[in-house]
Structures are given as structure tokens and as C-alpha cells.
Design a protein around this ligand. Structure first.
Ligand SMILES: NC(=O)c1ccc[n+]([C@@H]2O[C@H](COP(=O)([O-])OP(=O)(O)OC[C@H]3O[C@@H](n4cnc5c(N)ncnc54)[C@H](O)[C@@H]3O)[C@@H](O)[C@H]2O)c1
Length: 275
């Protein structure tokens, strides 16, 4: 048996990665993990200033090439301009982490009951969470096909695209100064992400472009203790996730370590969806 370096399968040196929603709570850890593994990283986010600031921090921390780009993934022209900027800076794209998801400015509309949910609000969230995934996967997948070297696409879904939120844990639970809830549009959009992944995995298999879903469970980010306790009671590992705990699965899916894995959904939820 010839000796191979299994550790080197995770090495991303020379690869170019695009992370949408890269300036967010999870996105910044995804960008840092890709950079530490050797990739050149394009931090793409609606919040341009935060994306540029994070790219600078990545250059400082990892001596790696990184750029921050302002982009609205729900707008075709904005996505095209982002892809052109990445290509002019780095020459090609090998890894796409389709990760952006939107919240509404109007939290009352975002968290409205299903019976009162407005079509306008539904469409606004879908335009980022699902249309945005479509637009970015289309633009970057096309680029990967043209390059002819394959690639890896990872799309972030959610446990609430796999199972329904358990409404019993929301009573007395607060986040960002208001009662916690999760609207139907979020579940529908995230289930859609899982379907899009499977479709594209089969569609681009002959191009050696692998497409997988990463599904995070609830991440601790300032929820009140009552929520944390009620949520944790439902999880076999008995706690919420830390943002850093999502990165290992991304690096596996982005790298050659997962070269025979496509169309799958890696669920990082402490076991919540097991029972
Ligand atoms: N944090 C959790 O508990 C959790 C759980 C399950 C799934 N997720 C998923 O993980 C991903 C990252 O979540 P997060 O917790 O980092 O959220 P976050 O809100 O901190 O980050 C999302 C990022 O997307 C950006 N964004 C929003 N609309 C955009 C648009 N139109 N174009 C470009 N960028 C846009 C935001 O500016 C933000 O930086 C999301 O897809 C989310 O649904 C998160």
C-alpha cells in the first residue's frame, strides 16, 4: 500500500473560496477557517464595510490574500459584479460557500403569525434565502464549468429546514430584546436549499462539481438563559452550538477530504434531529 497523507487532503492552498454572508456570526468563522487552511477568501456580504474589515483581519491573521466585497445576493447584477471582481482579483473560483440569509428590518412583519404573514414579507425572505442561493450558485457554477477543473459548493440550510421548530420552547425565551420565534418562510426557504443542493449535485456531477448542504443547529449568540435551557433540554449533547463548531464540517466539504461526497446534508446539531 502506498503511503498517502490524509491530513493534506484538508489543505486548501491555492484554492479560491467565496463565502456569502461572510461577515455574519457564522460567516466570519467560515472565512477564517478557509483562510487558515490556505484558501484565498472573498468575504461577500450586504454589509460592505464589515466585509472589508473582516478581509483585512484575515490578511493580518493568516498572511493570506482576502478581499471584502459588498453584494446583494438577491440581485442578479450585484452577483454578476461580485463574481467579476473575484475573478479579476484571484483569476478563478474553486469553492463557493452559499451562506447568506436575510432577516427583515421590520421584525414585527418577520415574526408575524402564519395566519397574518404578508406575501410581501414572504417574498422578501425568499429573495435572499432561496433566490440568492440560486443566483450565486448559477453565476459561480457557470464559472466553475468554464474553468473545467471541478469545484465544491456548500450551501447553509438549518435544522428548521429539516424538522419543525418546537413551539413549546419559545415561551419566556428572548433574543434581541424580543420573544423568540421562527417563521414558516425560514423553514420553507431552508428546505428549498436542501432540494437545490441535491438537484445541483446530480446536475453538475459530470463537471466534477460537488454540491453539499451544511445544516447548523441552534448557535449560542445572546439568547436568554430560559431559551438556552429549554433548547438544550431537547439536544442529546445538552447544549447549544458555538459558532466555531460549524467550521470543521465546512472544511471537510470544501476539501479533497470529501472527494466522494456529493448531494449530502451534514447536520451539525448536537444530535437534535436524532430523536
Ligand atoms: N446562527 C444560527 O443559530 C443558525 C442556525 C441554523 C442555520 N443558520 C444559517 O447559517 C447561516 C449564517 O447565519 P448567521 O447566524 O451567521 O447569521 P447572520 O445574520 O449573523 O449572518 C448572515 C449574513 O448574511 C448577510 N446578508 C443578509 N442579506 C444579504 C443579502 N441580500 N446579500 C448578501 N448578504 C446578505 C448579513 O449581512 C449577515 O452578515 C444562515 O444561512 C443561517 O440561516 C444559522
Amino acid at each position: 500500500m502506498s503511503k498517502i497523507s490524509y491530513r493534506s487532503l484538508f489543505d486548501l492552498t491555492g484554492q479560491v473560496a467565496v463565502v456569502t454572508g461572510g461577515a455574519g456570526i457564522l460567516g466570519q468563522h467560515f472565512c477564517a477557517g478557509l483562510a487558515e487552511s490556505g484558501a484565498k477568501v472573498a468575504v461577500v456580504d450586504l454589509q460592505e464595510a464589515k466585509a472589508i474589515e473582516l478581509a483585512k483581519k484575515i490578511r493580518d491573521d493568516y498572511s493570506n490574500q482576502a478581499i471584502g466585497i459588498g453584494c446583494d445576493v438577491s440581485k442578479s447584477e450585484s452577483v454578476q459584479a461580485m463574481v467579476e471582481q473575484v475573478i479579476s482579483e484571484f483569476g478563478e473560483i474553486n469553492i463557493l460557500h452559499n451562506n447568506a440569509a436575510g432577516k427583515s428590518e421590520d421584525l414585527n412583519a418577520f415574526f408575524a403569525s402564519f395566519e397574518d404573514y404578508s406575501l410581501e414579507q414572504w417574498r422578501q425572505i425568499m429573495s435572499v434565502n432561496l433566490d440568492g442561493m440560486f443566483l450565486v450558485a448559477q453565476a459561480i457554477g457557470k464559472q466553475m464549468v468554464t474553468q473545467g477543473k471541478g469545484g465544491s459548493i456548500i450551501q447553509t440550510a438549518s435544522i428548521y429546514g429539516v424538522i419543525a421548530p418546537d413551539r413549546r420552547i419559545y415561551d419566556g425565551s428572548f433574543y434581541l430584546g424580543r420573544q423568540i420565534d421562527s417563521p414558516a418562510v425560514y423553514s420553507a426557504s431552508k428546505s428549498g436549499v436542501i432540494g437545490l443542493t441535491k438537484y445541483l449535485a446530480a446536475y453538475w456531477a459530470d463537471q466534477k462539481i460537488r454540491v453539499n448542504t451544511l445544516t447548523p443547529g441552534g448557535v449560542e449568540s445572546g439568547q436568554n438563559s430560559e431559551f438556552k435551557q429549554k433548547y438544550s433540554a431537547r439536544v442529546p449533547l445538552a447544549r447549544m452550538a458555538k459558532p466555531t463548531e460549524m467550521v470543521g464540517a465546512l472544511l471537510y466539504l470544501a476539501s479533497k477530504a470529501s472527494s466522494y461526497v456529493t448531494g449530502q446534508n451534514i447536520i451539525v446539531d448536537g444530535g437534535l434531529t436524532t430523536w
